[in-house]
Ligand binder design. Structure first.
Ligand SMILES: Cc1cc2nc3c(=O)[nH]c(=O)nc-3n(C[C@H](O)[C@H](O)[C@H](O)COP(=O)(O)OP(=O)(O)OC[C@H]3O[C@@H](n4cnc5c(N)ncnc54)[C@H](O)[C@@H]3O)c2cc1C
Length: 288
């Protein structure tokens, strides 16, 4: 906690009355603080500001705007393109703004954008409720929501943005706005999939859904022994794709009509010996 914070190298200016903290290149915590999820991204910001509240966000936005500094906004740090960090600019790091407030009666949640998908999922699950994020719990709620958000519940409840009811954000001119379907509706439309291009989103309001039961895990279907890759040499020749021409004619899908009737899956029940006997309304052939 600092009251007035001198900004580092390249004279970035000052951040008066900051409640959060500033991490500079000379600080021991710098390398850890600048790291993002993907190891190949190795940018060196001039400063990382870990904001504590909306006023801090406004201060950082004003400082970056007035000083013409590149500003990278970071929630979970999972951007594949490395947009959550910058070389020589300022990182506005939301990780310490991660409050999750669940209203189990109204089935809604207000979530600060520094929370991870896992934090929200766990808090909602205590009430048997859920909002669909992606397949990874450490992804930031800020980034995944602003990008659309697709995950295991997409067929049941849609994208993450389909559950978004409202948002609060700091715009480039420093205002803190509440947006939803009625207030600033075009802004609300834009942030649902438009990424971080319209302001720094500080809170998101989600509709929560009941999820009484789910089944998860990996499903592996049994394969015939000769289909196991390590045993491909033992497979009948016509199973090797590069040898398909040598396969019996009826194995080629484009020649299925030429296959014996018993090979057509939809007619398998009619296989030669059983055919006339099983068909209702037909007399079974007399013996002899
Ligand atoms: C392991 C892994 C698994 C993933 N799985 C899925 C998945 O299943 N489904 C899916 O849809 N996506 C998935 N993603 C993609 C992920 O949702 C995006 O990369 C997302 O942008 C990451 O968000 P973040 O907050 O963690 O990243 P960050 O790097 O912090 O931010 C990403 C971008 O969003 C902007 N941003 C973040 N927070 C804010 C904010 N509060 N206000 C304004 N702008 C902001 C940043 O400026 C940056 O451009 C996955 C990514 C990874 C690495």
């Amino acid at each position: 906690m600092q009251s007035t914070t001198e900004m580092p190298a390249r004279s970035l200016g000052t951040l008066p009355a900051l409640r959060g903290s500033v991490i500079r290149p000379e600080d021991a915590a710098y390398d850890r603080a600048r790291a993002v999820f993907y190891g190949g991204i190795d940018k060196r910001p001039a400063a990382i500001v870990r904001v504590a509240d909306v006023a801090d966000v406004q201060r950082v936005v004003a400082m970056a705007r007035d000083g013409d500094h590149e500003l990278a906004v970071r929630s979970g740090g999972h951007s594949i393109a490395g947009h959550g960090t910058t070389n020589g600019g300022v990182v506005l790091d939301l990780r310490d703004m991660a409050k999750v407030e669940i209203d189990a009666v109204a089935c809604t949640a207000w979530v600060e954008t520094g929370a991870t998908a896992l934090q929200v999922t766990k808090a909602a699950a205590e009430h048997g409720l859920v909002v669909g994020f992606g397949d990874s719990g450490s992804v930031g709620v800020g980034g995944i929501t602003l990008g659309g958000g697709i995950g295991f519940l997409v067929r049941k409840h849609g994208l993450t943005i389909d559950s978004l009811l409202a948002a609060e954000l700091v715009t480039a001119d420093g205002r803190h706005l509440h947006t939803d379907a009625e207030r600033y509706p075009e802004l609300f439309w834009a942030i649902r999939g438009g990424g971080g291009n319209f302001g720094v989103v500080t809170r998101l309001k989600f509709r929560l859904h009941e999820l009484k039961q789910f089944t998860g895990g990996v499903l592996v279907l049994p394969a015939p022994r000769h289909c196991h890759s390590e045993r491909r040499r033992e497979a009948p020749r016509h199973c090797h794709s590069e040898r398909r021409r040598e396969a019996p004619r009826h194995c080629h899908s484009e020649r299925r009509r030429e296959a014996p009737r018993c090979c057509h899956s939809e007619r398998r029940r009619e296989a030669p010996e059983a055919r006339n006997r099983t068909r209702p309304g037909r007399e079974a052939p007399l013996p002899g």
